[in-house]
Design a protein around this ligand. Structure first.
Ligand SMILES: [Ca+2]
Ligand SMILES: [Ca+2]
Length: 642
């Protein structure tokens, strides 16, 4: 047997790939499973939460903090010894709630916690069993329920990332089987395997190296799971009748999915996405995103019942809000039947969807882009039926991630100016409610550069100014783990090259910065202190949370606007400066006495004009009837003489 412990197995690229797809090449299975969650249809009595009052810290749980090395697991793709992809866990997250709280965040958005299957599934977006939490995230005393309870005890809310568009290419445990040979028999000619996959590509932790435990698999598959420990016996493929020579195998029957034979009870029979499909709603919503993202028949009652039952179970566990992945790949009306089912169970539940677009995304409105509105973010926030007229319907109850605002950052904030932001905010009317948009500077998929690919790598002050905007403009700011210390600055958000590993990417393991020494250093980082102060300021000024935004005036080196929340009678005038001292005259504003939360300076306005100056990289946040400066000066938010 040709085995090596230190050379990667090189596999052909036979799996269709598409941009934005969380690519993986091979798959595996852990066998440990926890008891099923208590799914009931009991009404949920949790009080509605106005999520506009929150700020969000987003973690890929498996990459954040490792509290229990015994549940660590190497995926089969992109192995880097010493850095198992499944590393962080709920114990690690529970151990560092104080870190997230110290930064001033009130909510934690976690990557999907349900049990996954694929060659690179640490991120959670390749679900295999929605009814179970992935055992690689849990430990005794640190289950998902324990984490939710600990977060609540610390005053933090939990946002669960949910995928309903697709399953893994293993099918769904107990529900549907996708035909394939057991991976433990896979040994291509001349292959050498990387440890810990020393003998084959079966699950190295499982007895008999089985890679799939689906009870609805056919008898021949289940028999082979529990015999022939490492797949040494010559195996006859029951589908092709071919005898599989131990070292002359092709990957087709091991990894690829024959989409012509998928169960139409569970999957769409429309094949894989191809280049021309991305602006075609029917293709976008029915084709498989990639080799391990199989498009579910989300309109079928059995699919709906399965997914909804699981998600109501998580709501019953105390999950506070839901982030909905790959939403544009499900028809809006269909998607809303899911969201509304959850909201019937939990009135007021906040759900925000990823309707990804790299551009303003107004669709076939006003000639901004040629794409159909049916796959644009605003459409999902509305319930009308005229794609040319947002006002044909009101707020759908679903919010979205603000890709329009984000997509301008590569041309404005990262270049040190505010150009084009006024145009974005002028289109806020398109959304059902723009104050509920979830805003961000970068995340696990995209960054604010020309290619939308990298963690921001430019001068720190430019990021700081971007955060000044996100924390004072409409929308709910979300920070991606590590941004507070400019973690992996300039690195690609995801692996790209054939030999890249996670430690080279924006998804690198963060725990080294969470040790006592690491935290001491982090807490002194100028960006950490900046985020901390912005959270404090936003928390103290209701208009920055829920207020409508008006009087947006953008002029390159500066931007100003007014936020007003009538219900709390909170009124604030904001001016942001880029890299030079900038003067602002904002009018008309309410008369009265204002105090700048940044400097503590006060001004009394008699003629409807508020005039003030802002230092480079700083902000003026003038609160009507304000009382005091909020927080202490740092590298970016600074006082000067009044
Ligand atoms: Ca761990
Ligand atoms: Ca779909």
């Amino acid at each position: 047997m040709v085995v090596s412990h230190d050379v990667k197995v090189s596999l052909p690229r036979w799996i269709p790939w598409s941009p934005g797809c969380l690519l993986s090449l091979v798959s595996f299975l852990p066998v440990l499973c926890l008891a099923s969650l208590p799914f009931t249809a009991m009404a949920d009595t949790a009080m509605p939460i106005d999520f506009r009052r929150e700020t969000i810290y987003f973690v890929l749980t498996a990459r954040f903090a490792d509290g229990d090395p015994s549940n660590n697991f190497y995926n089969r793709d992109r192995i880097k010894l010493g850095d198992p992809q499944w590393r962080g866990d709920f114990k690690g997250l529970m151990d560092h709630l104080d870190y997230i709280k110290d930064l001033g965040f009130t909510s934690i958005w976690i990557s999907p916690p349900v049990e996954n299957r694929s060659g690179l599934d640490y991120h959670g977006y390749h679900a295999y069993d929605w009814t179970r939490v992935d055992p690689r995230l849990e430990s005794p005393g640190a289950t998902y329920q324990d984490f939710i309870d600990a977060a609540h005890a610390n005053g933090l809310k939990v946002i669960q990332d949910v995928v309903i568009n697709h399953s893994s290419n293993y099918g769904i445990r107990n529900q549907v089987w996708i035909d394939r040979l057991p991976h433990k028999y896979f040994r291509p000619a001349h292959a050498v395997f990387t440890a810990p996959y020393a003998l084959n590509l079966g699950n190295y932790l499982a007895p008999y190296h089985e890679d799939n435990d689906n009870p609805v698999a056919p008898a021949w598959f289940r028999e082979h799971q529990h015999q022939d420990d490492v797949g040494d016996v010559t195996f006859i493929d029951p589908s092709t009748g071919l005898s599989l020579d131990q070292f002359r195998q092709t990957p087709d029957r091991f990894f690829n999915t024959d989409v012509a034979h998928l169960s139409t009870q569970w999957y769409h029979p429309d094949g894989y996405m191809a280049g021309g499909d991305w602006e075609n709603p029917r293709s976008v919503q029915r084709k498989h995103l990639c080799g391990d993202c199989m498009d579910l028949a989300t309109e079928r009652p059995n699919v709906k019942a399965y997914l909804n039952s699981a998600i109501l179970g998580y709501l019953n566990m105390g999950v506070d809000a839901i982030r909905l992945d790959t939403a544009k790949h499900v028809d809006r009306d269909e998607l809303l039947t899911y969201v509304h089912t959850w909201q019937e169970h939990r009135p007021g539940l906040f759900v925000f969807a990823e309707v990804m677009v790299k551009g303003l995304g107004y669709g076939d409105l006003e000639g901004n882009d040629n794409g159909p509105s049916a796959i644009r973010p605003w459409w999902y926030t509305r319930n009308g039926h005229d794609a040319k007229d947002p006002h044909s319907g009101g707020d759908s109850g679903l919010s979205v991630i603000d890709f329009a605002l984000f997509s301008t950052f590569r041309d404005n904030l990262t270049k040190g100016n505010f150009d084009g932001l006024g145009g974005v905010f002028a289109h806020d009317w398109i959304y059902g409610d723009a104050t509920k948009l979830v805003t961000f500077f970068q995340n696990h998929d995209v960054g604010p550069d020309n290619d939308f690919k990298y963690r921001f790598g430019g001068e720190s002050w430019r990021a700081a100014v971007a955060y000044n905007l996100l924390w004072t403009a409409r929308g709910i700011p979300a920070l991606y783990y590590g941004e507070e210390i400019e973690f992996m600055k300039g690195a690609p958000q995801d692996i790209a090259g054939e030999h890249d590993t996670l430690d080279q990417s924006g998804r690198a393991y963060f725990g080294d910065h969470l040790t006592p020494e690491g935290q001491r250093a982090s807490r002194m980082h100028p960006m950490y202190r900046h985020i901390q102060r912005l959270n404090l300021i936003r928390q103290r000024i209701p208009a920055l949370q829920t207020g409508a935004m008006s009087q947006v005036h953008e002029f390159g080196s500066g931007i100003s606007y007014v936020r007003e929340d009538a219900r709390s009678d909170s009124y604030v005038v904001v001016g942001l400066a880029a890299d030079m001292h900038t003067g602002f005259t904002v009018a008309p504003v309410r008369n009265g006495t204002y105090v700048d939360a940044v400097t503590g300076c006060s001004r009394t306005v008699h003629d409807g004009r508020l005039v003030f100056g802002v230092k480079a990289h700083s902000a003026g946040i003038w609160v009507l009837d304000g009382t005091a400066k909020i927080g202490v000066d740092g590298a970016f938010l600074q006082s000067e003489g009044c």
